[in-house]
Ligand binder design. Structure first.
Ligand SMILES: [Zn+2]
Length: 306
């Protein structure tokens, strides 16, 4: 039994409007199949299919204002409603109180301290390692959670040896933008298979994708449509490789943004949580907001009573 959590930053469920919502405009047969043959929008609603539960999930968490990555990624990884506890949404990087909560408890840490295996399976470029080590930038809440558990933040060497993956899956960004002509390159379909294979080395594997949030802030729309179609290809490979009896594959996001390119801000829309695996119904039961993800994963891994 293992869990692969695929985190896609800043993707909410928006209008059925192909002029502003890339999810309503893109051609995504695989993603649609996970939502009863429908595109992922606000009108989709909860869907149960043979393979998946599609669960519209609250990311506002009862706190006024637009949800942000710092506090909401922390909510996903602690099981605590962090915005409610602090009284505000904060991001994109976590502030000191959010970091303190992550250092106290988080999913990676709970698992590692119990002798279980967990990993943040992304590779990060030397520049980011350098800036973090020099105090020039903060870790994201996701990176901070892994760090607080004593996990390594993977490097370019891990990418080259196949021990970690590019956040955009295919490796193109490492070749074309980060100066690694030898970086392994995958089609989206191959990358999806590879992500599943990598996840099998851990009881809990977290894959973090953030470019959706970048395009949600600044577009252009055509790139956003293309990215969502790439993600469809990744999920086609992932679903082919995934055996429903091996555990749970979960997709979720921290807040809306990418689904409404009529402006460059986050939204208060519900976000999609999708769960694939034989135990999907138990995972989905009662899941209504982002604070439920961690307890559901701990239960699935036998770490909490039913
Ligand atoms: Zn953002």
């Amino acid at each position: 039994m293992h869990v692969l959590l695929i985190f896609v930053d800043g993707v909410g469920l928006g209008a059925d409007d192909p002029a502003v919502n890339p999810l309503a405009a893109a051609d995504t047969p695989t993603l649609d199949s996970l939502a009863g043959g429908r595109r992922w929008t606000a009108s989709t609603g909860w869907q149960t299919t043979d393979r998946a539960e599609f669960i519209p999930t609250d990311a506002v968490l009862g706190v006024a204002g637009r949800p942000q990555s710092g506090t909401n990624q922390a909510t996903i990884l602690t099981g605590i409603n962090v915005p409610a506890q602090l009284g505000y949404h904060f991001g994109p990087k976590p502030d000191a109180p959010t970091r303190a909560l992550l250092e106290e408890t988080n999913l990676f840490k709970t698992l590692i301290e119990a002798g279980r295996s967990a990993d943040l399976i992304n590779a990060y470029p030397p520049r980011l390692h350098h800036d973090i080590n020099r105090g020039k930038t903060l870790r994201s809440s996701i990176q901070h959670a892994a760090w607080a558990a004593g996990l390594p933040m993977h490097t370019a060497e891990d990418l080259l040896s196949g021990g970690a993956m590019s956040e955009e899956w295919t490796g193109k960004a490492w070749r074309e933008m980060l100066g690694y002509p030898d970086a392994p390159i995958f089609t989206p379909h191959e990358a999806g298979r590879r992500m599943v294979e990598l996840s099998r080395g851990y009881e809990f594997a977290f894959f973090s994708h953030w470019y959706t949030d970048i395009l949600g802030h600044r577009g252009p729309f055509e790139d956003a449509v293309r990215l969502w179609e790439t993600i469809d290809g990744v999920m086609r490979g992932a679903l082919e490789a995934w055996d429903d009896d091996e555990g749970l594959m979960v997709i979720t996001s921290d807040h809306g943004n990418f689904e409404d390119l009529s402006h460059g801000k986050h939204t208060e829309n519900l976000v999609p949580t999708v769960v694939v695996g034989a135990q999907k119904a138990a995972f989905a039961d009662g899941l209504t907001d982002l604070s439920h993800i961690t307890p559901k994963i701990l239960r699935a891994l036998g770490m909490l009573g039913l």
